[in-house]
Design a protein around this ligand. Structure first.
Ligand code: 147
Length: 683
């Protein structure tokens, strides 16, 4: 697909796709004398500052990224963070892990216990360092989804002891600085859960007294509406002082008068969460502009940054791009990356949005434009989108019906920019129903005559008119082909640094990390959580870690398991045909082979152990390694313990799941060690 710029005598600028539907947009309005719809861009009285476009790594959405081959991993990170290459993100928001399920897995806490402090866990530190390497100006923002139980000081409530919770959060921020030289620009309260004004004030005070050379600003309250935070800020001066920014989730591009009255910057601090095909890209294009045009929001953050979790977990591919196949190195640069670039490669945090009606507005025949002006008022960027309703629906909220039609517009630049004679143009058109897309294409320049630009807009298009002349479409060749999860698979965990999470094992309940032991087992993985956390999801009782491919049906799993006596779990398991993760983990079904020291073995059809398939008393000891084997084959379940056959039963029939992940874990919160994982096909 190629296209030509048509610059006709009347200086209406139009992109004409050269593919065969080109005629579709011909003859619109006759292209004579410019459009009747005139949009004036005034660049005086600028008030609201653009504060950047961001991505969210939270809910274990980056789980599979760290394990990519280095070459592809660097390419992916460049597409996300490297300025002038891809999405060029300006903000990175991360979860402060709380040892609890937060959508697609659990992220480890820096303090499993009150006496514990560790800044080597998980992948968020690594991700922030990699982002910062590529863009030293990237703004970091952190937010808890859940908390380890002890933070509640005896209650399942993080506000029971506000100082304890604040000190837990402050330690994360100090640790970021101390161990990684990372400065948190923003911190939040509790994702989509209630806040406490007292806690917010306590956090503000403790951040100010923490000896940080730049204390983070507080964003509140990361919930699904502008209330009650806006009213509380209006009614409470001290709270107003403590909160710097109002951040809401999935605002549907709108705000409220009360939120505006607070005088605070307004953000969509979590948005998008839409499958990253072209409709997802349309959603993202529409909300990036209209969150400001309709709702005065000056930052929008995508959940999630990158879809690096097993595709069969909840919210498949709801990231700006996709990298969920580290064993093959395959990844996809999806269209939302290029939609992001339309803003981020031409405007930076601290620039100003032109006010509504003076450069930022809805367009008469659908779509919107925003104008952004540099700090020193010498650069101008105008981002236009014309996304049709059905091609820009987001996951939430409901998008009312509206029409978008091809239209001619005139943009009239006033003040300093009236003297321009041309502007640079980058262009995209999202393709649907088999049409190709044009993504982030450099179109050269467009003339500005007497301060006026005439444009003929089609549907599902984006234009960035700018004076910067930037805009580069990065291209890393050599993406390896996609392959299924490899079998046979083996991991003895000897190659890891201590406290890391084992690769490819996507923990759903509990926290599993590499521990160096002095025994002949060397490195093992240990389930660390001793007590049910202050959840983000409803119910979590059995630590649960999944791996592999949900198409596995007949499969062989082998694992060494050790249950001690101090703070130990009551039992441990391996499993196959596991059908669930995420917030529904506790209702996961499959075939689960448990051992319980002092009791015996149990085979169940579910993690919650409500569907017992087999049970036998047996002399099983604590402080002893056991080799567990589970084979599901030809309608049979066969279990071996230390190479002795202990179970041979019929495999559960449908509706019991006939395929799914392999899993391992513990019967309840408490320690257990695992080593030498082997997965093979059943032959
Ligand atoms: C949000 C969470 O904050 C994210 O961690 C992630 O789970 C995301 C997935 O779309 O959703 O939580 C929401 C869950 C439900 C609604 C809104 C946000 N809802 O039903 O409106």
């Amino acid at each position: 697909v190629g296209f030509v710029n048509v610059l006709n005598a009347s200086t209406v600028y139009k992109v004409v796709p050269t593919r065969n539907e080109a005629g579709r947009y011909n003859g619109i309005g006759g292209l004579s004398g410019g459009g009747k719809d005139v949009y004036v861009v005034k660049t005086d009285n600028l008030e609201r500052r653009f504060l950047g476009i961001g991505g969210l790594s939270a809910g274990a959405t980056s789980k599979l990224l760290m394990n990519y081959p280095e070459e592809q991993r660097n390419q992916i990170l460049d597409y996300l963070f490297k300025p002038g290459f891809g999405a060029s993100l300006q903000m990175l928001k991360v979860e402060i892990g709380g040892d609890a399920q937060s959508t697609d897995g659990t992220e480890a806490s820096h303090m499993h216990y009150p006496w514990d402090e560790n800044y080597q866990r998980g992948y968020e530190w690594w991700l922030m360092v990699e982002a910062k390497k590529r863009n030293s100006d990237i703004l970091l923002y952190c937010l808890p989804w859940a908390f380890p139980a002890w933070v509640g000081a005896g209650k399942r409530d993080p506000y029971n002891d506000p100082e304890l919770t604040a000190s837990y959060v402050v330690k994360f921020i100090q640790g970021a600085r101390k161990y990684y030289n990372l400065t948190m620009a923003y911190v939040g309260i509790w994702n989509e859960r209630p806040y406490s004004s007292k806690y917010i004030k306590t956090l503000r005070q403790m951040l100010d007294e923490a000896g940080l050379d730049r204390a983070p600003k507080i964003v509140a309250s990361d919930d699904l509406g502008w209330e009650p935070i806006a009213s509380d800020i209006l009614a409470d001066e001290e709270l107003a002082k403590a909160v710097d920014i109002i951040g809401v989730h999935y605002p549907g591009t709108t705000t409220t008068q009360k939120a505006i009255d607070t005088g605070k910057p307004l953000w969509s601090s979590e948005d998008y969460s839409t499958f990253n095909d072209n409709v997802g890209a349309g959603c993202w294009a529409r909300i990036l502009n209209q969150n400001y045009v309709n709702g005065y929001m000056t930052s929008t953050i995508s959940w999630n940054l990158i879809a690096s979790y097993y595709e069969d977990l909840p919210y498949a591919r709801d990231g700006l791009m996709t990298a969920d196949s580290p064993w093959s190195g395959y990844y996809r640069v999806d269209a939302p990356i290029w939609v992001t670039a339309h803003t981020t490669q031409f405007a930076w945090p601290g620039w100003y949005y032109a006010p509504q009606g003076s450069g930022s507005s809805l367009l008469k025949d659908g779509g919107s434009m925003v104008s952004l002006v540099s700090w020193d008022s010498t650069q101008l960027t105008i981002v236009i989108e014309t996304m049709s309703r059905n091609h820009s629906m987001c996951i939430r909220p409901y998008l009312p019906e509206y029409e978008v039609r091809p239209q001619n517009i005139s943009i009239q630049l006033q003040g300093y920019f009236a003297q321009l004679t041309s502007m640079f143009v980058h262009y995209s058109k999202l393709g649907f129903d088999g049409e190709d897309s044009i993504l982030f294409k450099d179109m050269g320049t467009i003339p500005v005559v007497n301060g006026t630009i005439h444009l003929s807009l089609g549907v599902d298009e984006m234009y960035t008119l700018n004076t910067i002349g930037g805009g580069r479409k990065g291209n890393s060749s050599n993406i390896p082909p996609q392959k299924p999860f490899p079998l046979p698979y083996m991991d003895d965990f000897e190659s890891y640094q201590e406290f890391m999470e084992p690769f490819n094992l996507a923990q759903q309940v509990g926290a599993f990390e590499i521990i160096k032991t002095t025994s002949s087992h060397g490195n093992v993985i240990r389930q660390m959580v001793l007590e049910a956390p202050i959840f983000w999801c409803e119910e979590e009782t059995s630590p649960f870690n999944i791996i592999g491919n949900t198409s596995w049906s007949d499969i062989y799993v082998e694992l060494d398991v050790y249950i001690g006596t101090v703070n130990a779990t009551s039992g441990a398991y391996i499993a196959a045909r596991v059908n669930k993760g995420g917030c529904e983990s506790f209702s996961a079904e499959g075939v689960f082979f448990f051992i319980f020291p002092g009791q015996g073995i149990v085979v169940t059809g579910d993690l919650a152990r409500t569907k017992e398939l087999y049970k036998q008393d047996m002399n099983i000891s604590t402080n002893t390694w056991y080799k567990m084997e589970l084979l599901v084959k030809d309608g049979q379940v066969i279990c071996l313990l230390n190479s002795k056959l202990v179970v041979r039963i019929a495999a559960p029939f449908s509706p019991a799941p006939q395929n799914g992940f392999v899993a391992l874990g513990t019967a309840d919160f408490g320690l257990a060690d695992f080593d030498n994982l082997k997965i093979a096909d059943s032959t």
